[in-house]
Each structure stands twice: as structure tokens, then as C-alpha cells.
Design a protein around this ligand. Structure first.
Ligand SMILES: Nc1ncnc2c1ncn2[C@@H]1O[C@H](COP(=O)(O)OP(=O)(O)O)[C@@H](O)[C@H]1O
Ligand SMILES: [Mg+2]
Length: 273
């Protein structure tokens, strides 16, 4: 019943598949997604993510950034391809095995996905992939170790003293801090975020990115996030993945991202001057 009871080590079965060497590595192979048959949104994405630091996926609206993130935790069903994580192909998992794999992947949402009428503490203790069971919250059956961890995380994300506040009493930035703490609560081996700053003002956006960067270092896990703000991506990511037309068209450190790449990613001429 408790999140902290889950062990991560046992899940690594060492299948020896491509890219599964590190326990935390994510290895996407030929990922395709068609919402409508014959019109792929993702056209064979191949990507490896390992280690620590933020990998920022940039690209124009509608290019499939959210689809990519959501295929990884299977909020979206991949059409073709493999998603290796800790020796398991996530793309093929079903039922209990899928739920167990998801437990090791934290997710942060643009719109926070908190249960507004529950307290910050309840959101932390019941949340997983944005899904909260109100029944469980109502029963208040939580292990002391989880409660201790939740308090510790609230401190880390800058919300000391907010445990008893209802989510709907918080600002956007505070809500996102709860969303991030909730994702980290499950001790994930990988943290995903879909436009975590898009609903926030510029200053709060910087603070949230600082927090994400701090957490990837502190927990020694990679963060993969979508972000449409290129400046924020360059400032906080160790790696930029540029998507256009369902393909990866740039993959490298922020310092290598030139105007010609941005033109290739976002298209057109003249807007960079
Ligand atoms: N659930 C869905 N059903 C059908 N089409 C979808 C669905 N989700 C996204 N799409 C389409 O897939 C494309 C990529 O969307 P999305 O992954 O949200 O892009 P991005 O996050 O880069 O803006 C868009 O054309 C969008 O309309
Ligand atoms: Mg999106």
C-alpha cells in the first residue's frame, strides 16, 4: 500500500537489450504514434536518455512533444517501436507490470493535475501520475514513513508549512511545486514533465526550472521535459532535443544549438533577427 515499500532493484532483469545498460537509462527505438491510421504524429523516434540533468524537448506546437512524453509512461499507446527502461520494454507492458513500471516514472503536468479540494499533504500521499484516489485520501491510511517523506519534500520544494492547505488555495507556482513534490514522492528513477512552466509567469517559470534542475541533481535521476521556451531550455537543460514534423532534428548540448537549427525546428525565416 505504501509508495516507499516499492523496491527498484528487483525490476532490473538485465535483458541485455539495446540501451538498457544503466539502470536508469531510457532507450526509445523507432517510436511511432498514429492517432489516426496512416497519419503518424511520431515518425520513428530514436532517443537515449541516461544519467542526470534535464533533457529538454523543444519544437513547434502540434509536433508531438506531449505525445512522446505520454508514450513513455503509456498515457498514450505507442503504435510501433520500443521504449526500454530498466531492462523492460514499456511499450509492451500490460496490467500490473505496467502499473509497477509507472511507479518508477514520475510525471509533472502543465495544469498540475492536483485534486483541488484535497490538502497539499493528501495530494502528495495519494498522487501518482496525476491520479488520486479520493477514497484512499478519505481513509487517511498512510504510513508514517510516507508522511515524514512528504514533509521533507515540501521543505525541499519550498512549501514548508503548506501541508494542511487545500490545493485550491495555492498560486500556480505553488501548485506546480506540489505537482513536482508528488512526482518525486514516489522515488522515481525518471522524471517526466509536460510543459511544466507553460501556465506560469516568467519569474515563477525560472524558479520551477531551478527546482527541476535541483531535483535531478539531488536524486541522481534524469528529467525529460517538454518546454516551448527555448531560452529556459538552454539555460537549464544539459541537452536539447529538437523535434519537427514527428522527427528528432537536433540532439545536443544547448551550446550547440544554433539559429540554423532553430529554423529547422520551428521553420521559416526572419523571426530570429
Ligand atoms: N488524443 C489525441 N487524439 C487525436 N489526435 C491527437 C491526440 N493528442 C494529440 N493529437 C494530435 O497529435 C499531434 C501532436 O500533438 P501533441 O503531442 O500534443 O503536440 P505538442 O505537445 O508538440 O504540441 C497534434 O496534431 C494533435 O492534434
Ligand atoms: Mg504539448
Amino acid at each position: 500500500m505504501t509508495a516507499s515499500g516499492a523496491t527498484n532493484g528487483a525490476a532490473t532483469n538485465g535483458s541485455g537489450q539495446a540501451g538498457s545498460a544503466g539502470t536508469r537509462s531510457l532507450s526509445i527505438r523507432g517510436l511511432t504514434k498514429e492517432y489516426r491510421r496512416g497519419t503518424p504524429v511520431l515518425k520513428g523516434i530514436t532517443l537515449d536518455v541516461a544519467g542526470q540533468g534535464i533533457t529538454a524537448i523543444i519544437g513547434p506546437s502540434g509536433t508531438g512533444k506531449s505525445t512522446l512524453i505520454r508514450c513513455i509512461n503509456r498515457l498514450v499507446e505507442p503504435t510501433e517501436g520500443e521504449i526500454w527502461f530498466q531492462g523492460i520494454d514499456l511499450a509492451r507492458l500490460r496490467g500490473k507490470a505496467l502499473r509497477e513500471a509507472r511507479r518508477r516514472i514520475g510525471m509533472v503536468f502543465q495544469e498540475y493535475n492536483l485534486v483541488e479540494r484535497l490538502s497539499v499533504m493528501e495530494n502528495l500521499l495519494c498522487g501518482r501520475l496525476g491520479y488520486v484516489s479520493p477514497v484512499r485520501a478519505w481513509l487517511r491510511r498512510f504510513a508514517q514513513a510516507d508522511i515524514d517523506r512528504a514533509f521533507e519534500l515540501l521543505d525541499i520544494v519550498g512549501l514548508k508549512g503548506f501541508a494542511g492547505q487545500r490545493a485550491d488555495a495555492l498560486s500556480g507556482g505553488q501548485r506546480q511545486r506540489v505537482g513536482i513534490a508528488r512526482a518525486v514522492m514516489q522515488r522515481p528513477d525518471l522524471l517526466l514533465a509536460d510543459e511544466p512552466t507553460s501556465s506560469l509567469d516568467p519569474k515563477t517559470s525560472v524558479e520551477i526550472m531551478e527546482l527541476m534542475a535541483d531535483l535531478t541533481a539531488r536524486n541522481d535521476i534524469p528529467v525529460v521535459l517538454n518546454i516551448h521556451n527555448v531560452e529556459l531550455a538552454k539555460r537549464f537543460a544539459v541537452r536539447i532535443v529538437g523535434m519537427a514534423g514527428g522527427h528528432v532534428v537536433f540532439d545536443g548540448p544547448p551550446g550547440d544549438l544554433r539559429d540554423e537549427h532553430l529554423k529547422q525546428i520551428y521553420g521559416g525565416e526572419g523571426w530570429l533577427e
